[in-house]
Design a protein around this ligand. Structure first.
Ligand code: NAG
Ligand code: NAG
Length: 164
């Protein structure tokens, strides 16, 4: 008979497994450049705290600067401290709220190289044990291998408890 402590340990492990952060490649394959509508790109996407934005561009062709709302509207940054120029800039979304990013290269911001997103609090991890027959299905890509492992261990423990 499986001990209660063992089952409690499994339950705690399931609750504690954090949901995976998402890395959003801004513009997908197009990257960060003139000619892409980043409003369109962001439409329908969910951004959560701990997710990352990745801005990809040939070095020197663009930059990434986090700005405030008014600067985003005007496309003129008076304070460029913190500007990113690596061509592969990764920004971790640390806090919820509205975030604005622009390119400071030439007039590219007014040509559309600007992105506004709204970041939500990270969703609470939801431990939803699946029926055992669904565990092996390869289509459930949202379940991390570790989570699947924990679920399998939990299922085995429950079976042991029932049949011993
Ligand atoms: C970008 O897409 C949004 C949403 O479809 C649209 O409202 C906006 O006019 C577009 N901007 C440009 C510059 O085409
Ligand atoms: C410029 O921006 C940086 C980073 O956002 C900020 O820490 C600094 O206080 C700003 N400087 C001025 C003069 O506003």
């Amino acid at each position: 008979m499986a001990s209660k402590a063992f089952l409690i340990t499994i339950f705690v492990a399931m609750v504690a497994v954090p949901s995976m952060a998402t890395q959003h490649i801004v513009g997908e394959d197009a990257g960060w450049k003139v000619g892409v509508n980043y409003t369109l790109w962001a439409t329908g996407k969910k951004f959560y705290v701990e997710d990352t934005l990745m801005f990809m561009y040939p070095q020197g062709s663009q930059s990434v600067l986090k700005v405030d709302g008014p600067t985003f509207q005007k496309c003129v940054a008076t304070n460029t401290s913190g500007v990113l120029t690596s061509g592969k800039d990764v920004i971790t979304l640390a806090k919820p709220g509205k975030k604005w990013y622009i390119s400071t290269v030439e007039d590219h911001c007014s040509k559309g190289v600007k992105l506004v997103i709204t970041v939500s609090e990270a969703p609470a991890p939801t431990p939803t044990p699946l029926p055992p027959q669904e565990l092996g299905s390869s289509g459930t890509s949202e379940i991390s291998p570790f989570k699947s492992f924990v679920l399998i261990v939990a299922a085995v423990a429950v079976f042991k408890m029932i049949f011993s």
